[in-house]
Design a protein around this ligand. Structure first.
Ligand code: SF4
Length: 85
């Protein structure tokens, strides 16, 4: 499955959360992250996918990725055995 993630390049500019707050939020350290319950790209409707892609293309730090996650059927990022860390 494909999941949305924010990598360590995030500069906390806020563009992604402004474009798509259904998927992106800021964590306690004020770094953007994809909301674990909403980061499954394949489960999104077309409208939401378009917003995620708009955020990805507009990210000034190339910090947003859509990654293929193998052997992981969970709805959480960073769980044991999950390769989306
Ligand atoms: S648009 Fe990119 S750099 Fe800006 S907050 Fe989102 S992930 Fe971080």
């Amino acid at each position: 499955m494909k999941k949305v993630k924010v990598n360590e390049n995030c500069i906390s500019c806020g563009a992604c959360t402004a474009i798509c707050d259904e998927v992106f939020t800021f964590n306690d350290e004020m770094v953007a992250e994809a909301i674990p319950e909403n980061n499954n790209f394949e489960k999104m409707n077309d409208s939401l996918k378009d917003k995620v892609l708009e955020a990805l293309e507009g990210c000034p730090a190339s910090a947003i990725e859509i990654v293929e996650v193998n052997d992981c059927d969970c709805d959480e990022c960073h769980c044991e055995g999950c390769s989306c860390e």
